[in-house]
Design a protein around this ligand. Structure first.
Ligand code: RI2
Ligand code: CYT
Length: 503
């Protein structure tokens, strides 16, 4: 069918066109189908249909497709129905609970990277993986495909260290301290992080408050060679580029299927040439891994995949039942992390975890004797070497190395929620805490988050502050307060959670 081209200068992340419903009927196509669009070039594009926006006889063409066709307004193009990519059948195969082959997984990942799948198809893949899982072969193939479809770097010096958390525990800002500790010990650590997935701020979101985090793979290599380490956003590097696209559909659903989680982490590590890593598995109620049995199983899965990729992996199963430290979200977390490097002080949960994981890495990296790693890590912080290294990392990434923890901005709209009675804090609900932070603006608004005044087991008096919500915008603060009152974040002994009464 011949239609007149009309540009829609909107970026949609894939080749996409919009066609009037009457023309779509005649072509026998529906929204989500594919068509071939031909002028001097030919592309395959995803179809959107409309009753009104595009009149009959015309073809709306979004930015990416417009640029690929080098089209001019009103030129006549040929539109023909086309079949869906074969990876859509492979996704259906996973929905039918079947094992995928190496080639099928490679094609799915390549189509994700090239923008050949619609959001519905990508979501179906992630959801099917969430429900039915993948075996060790599938996870290895998917990891390798994620590596192959992006850039890779390697270093001349070894070991190349890495650390990663599977996430799922609020306030887990330890990366900001672990990386400088390891680099200050003379080891290489090219750290790529993702942004928040199920939480209120991923390490990439936090580091971005201090310095840019979007770099090419080559930049990651240069910066690491120069100062020993960096903390960058994996999504910008073209390192495992499928990862961020997969995360884009996981984030709204707040899910992180185990197969994708393992591949997401390991592909990023493998692609930067890391050969020695410690994986943090926060375990506990309301975290990604609720039981010790599941945590051990996941640890084995990571170690096995490490073996297949010839990487040395050790796992730390950590307590994820309550937030790490007292801050959740953006600037608040950065302040807590920097204060630890500046003064070697902070909440025990945060200090101990940072030092323990750093200690494991120093021992694995061969710069500390067995059993001495933690002492060495603490020494590196106390002596100011970790802070100095962190400033070098901030500087090499283009941030201001002179910034201090107190200068890091936090939201100026604040509200403190008070305890309704005397008693001990018996529970902090991680998911509600994250939900309130997100409503307050995190991770987008860097000043948004929560400062916890009383943690699990601490005694409060009626009227004492339980936690303070920070926001950059008044209306977001109001919404966050409402949410925190509707569905309490903390449970103080003797509190009534809900009254169910006959009226
Ligand atoms: O949002 P949730 O799912 O909690 O976790 C995601 C976070 O966990 C990992 O942390 P790190 O980079 O190892 O510090 C990721 O990179 C990301 O920053
Ligand atoms: N799915 C993921 C969880 C944690 N970190 C990641 O990079 N990816």
């Amino acid at each position: 069918m011949k239609l007149k081209a009309q540009p829609y200068d909107i970026e949609v992340g894939r080749y996409e066109i919009i066609v009037n419903a009457l023309d779509a009927d005649e072509l026998g196509i529906h929204a989500g189908d594919r068509v071939q669009v031909k002028n001097r070039d030919t592309i395959t594009a995803v179809v959107e249909t409309t009753d009104a926006i595009v009149p009959q006889g015309r073809l709306g063409i979004y930015r990416e497709a417009w640029e690929a066709l080098k089209a001019v307004p009103d030129e006549v193009v040929d539109v023909l129905p086309a079949s869906k990519p074969s990876s859509v059948s492979s996704i259906k195969k996973k929905m039918d609970r079947q094992k995928l082959t190496n080639e099928e997984l490679h094609d799915i990942i390549a189509d994700i990277v090239d923008g050949n799948l619609t959001e519905v198809e990508l979501t179906a893949f992630v959801t099917a993986s969430y429900i039915y899982g993948m075996d060790a072969d599938e996870i290895e193939w998917m990891t390798r495909a994620m590596v192959k479809t992006g850039d890779q770097i390697s270093f001349d010096t070894h070991p190349v260290m890495d650390h990663h958390s599977i996430g799922g525990v609020p306030g887990n800002k330890i990366t900001l301290c672990v990386v400088p500790i390891i680099a200050a010990a003379g080891l290489l650590i090219p750290k790529t992080s993702s942004r928040a997935i199920t939480g209120a701020g991923g390490s990439a979101d936090l580091m971005e408050i201090l310095a840019p985090v979007s770099f090419s793979a080559e930049d990651v290599k240069k910066m690491t060679t120069k100062v020993g380490g960096c903390i960058v956003w994996g999504g910008a590097t073209n390192i495992a580029p499928a990862d961020d696209k997969i995360i884009s559909v996981e984030y709204p659903l707040s899910i992180d299927p185990k197969s994708q989680l393992i591949a997401s982490v390991m592909a990023k590590k493998y692609a930067v040439g890391a050969d020695t890593m410690v994986l943090d598995i926060p375990m506990g109620n309301e975290s990604k891994i609720p039981t010790i049995q599941e945590a051990r199983k996941l640890a084995r899965d990571f170690i096995d995949l490490g073996d297949r990729l010839k990487m040395r992996v050790e796992c730390a199963i950590t307590y994820g039942g309550s937030p790490i430290g007292r801050t959740i979200g953006g600037g608040l977390e950065v302040r807590e992390a920097m204060a630890m490097l500046e003064k070697y002080e902070g909440p025990t949960s945060f200090m101990e975890k940072t030092i323990a994981i750093s200690g494991m890495m120093l021992e694995m990296g061969g710069v500390s004797a067995k059993g001495e790693g933690q002492k060495m890590a603490a020494e590196i912080v106390k002596s100011g070497k970790a802070l100095k290294k962190f400033k070098e990392i901030i500087e090499v990434q283009g941030g201001d190395p002179n910034v201090t923890s107190e200068q890091v901005p936090v939201g100026d709209k604040v509200a403190t929620v008070l305890s309704p009675q005397d008693g001990y804090v018996l529970e902090i609900y991680n998911k509600r805490l994250v939900a309130v932070c997100r409503i307050a603006g995190a991770p987008h608004d860097k000043g948004a988050g929560i400062l916890i005044h009383k943690k699990k087991g601490e005694y409060v008096k009626k009227g004492d502050g339980l936690f303070t919500i920070y926001a950059d915008k008044e209306w977001k603060l109001d919404a966050a307060i409402k949410e925190s009152l509707r569905d309490p974040i903390m449970f103080v002994e003797g509190m009534i959670l809900e009254k169910v009464q006959v009226v």
